[in-house]
Design a binder for this molecule. Structure first.
Ligand SMILES: Cc1cc2nc3c(=O)[nH]c(=O)nc-3n(C[C@H](O)[C@H](O)[C@H](O)COP(=O)(O)O)c2cc1C
Length: 206
């Protein structure tokens, strides 16, 4: 595996909005970052439903990225199955920089905060936490029950950074792409990566 320290692991779990994870991966690849991607089985089905609108079968992220035609540097992407515990990122000895779960389903959130590492996504979060590395989640559900808010609270206590995919109106979005880019840009801000996904507030005046 290439230059582990700089690698970002992106988990796409089975919540609505897998496009958020796809856009994040496109941005990271375009800026020359190494990405290890894990897509859960429910997420594969939601990609088929929401992104392919039931017209195409999801076979791999790489194929999806080629179809969309927005990402360069496909060779920087490694892809692992969510039940592949032999993947390098399942071990703390692989020095990836950060783990991002985007979107993060309530089931995956629950597993992460309880250390229930029964998938590669939850195991890699477990690794990130024990190795004191960045762990960012984009929890997606609405409305939230007390179970969900309790687990989000537990995540915050564990040092997980939480980016709920909420709408930002101050950027004056004109399309769904703008809304998606806003959330992805917020994740990139936390990762301290430059991007042009939305203009920061007051930039014109500075
Ligand atoms: C179309 C669709 C949308 C879903 N959206 C959400 C969601 O936004 N949030 C959520 O927590 N679960 C959602 N689910 C349910 C999860 O997919 C389900 O709980 C699954 O077990 C999650 O597994 P995973 O976290 O391992 O991917 C959705 C399911 C479907 C079919």
């Amino acid at each position: 595996m290439k230059d582990q320290k700089k690698m970002i692991v992106v988990g796409i779990s089975g919540a609505s909005g897998p496009i958020l994870g796809v856009r994040l991966i496109e941005e990271l690849l375009n800026s020359g970052e190494k990405v290890a991607a894990i897509v859960s089985q429910p997420a594969c089905q939601i990609i088929e439903y929401e992104i392919f609108r039931g017209e195409t079968h999801f076979s791999s992220l790489k194929e999806l990225l080629i179809k969309r035609g927005l990402a360069r540097n496909h060779d920087l992407l490694s892809e692992f199955k969510n039940n592949d515990f032999f993947a390098p990122v399942a071990s703390g000895s692989t020095k990836f920089q950060a783990m991002v779960v985007i979107p993060c389903s309530m089931k995956t959130l629950s597993a992460i905060v309880h250390g229930y590492a029964d998938s590669l996504i939850t195991r890699t979060c477990d690794v990130a936490l024990k190795e004191k590395r960045r762990c960012i989640i984009v929890p997606r559900e609405t409305p939230l029950s007390v179970v969900h808010t309790g687990n989000i609270h537990r995540a915050a206590l564990a040092g997980i950074e939480i980016v709920p995919p909420v709408l930002g109106f101050y950027t004056r979005p004109e399309s769904l792409d703008d809304v998606v880019n806003f959330v992805v840009g917020k994740v990139l801000n936390l990762l301290d990566r430059d991007h042009n996904l939305f203009e920061s507030w007051g930039k014109k005046e500075i």
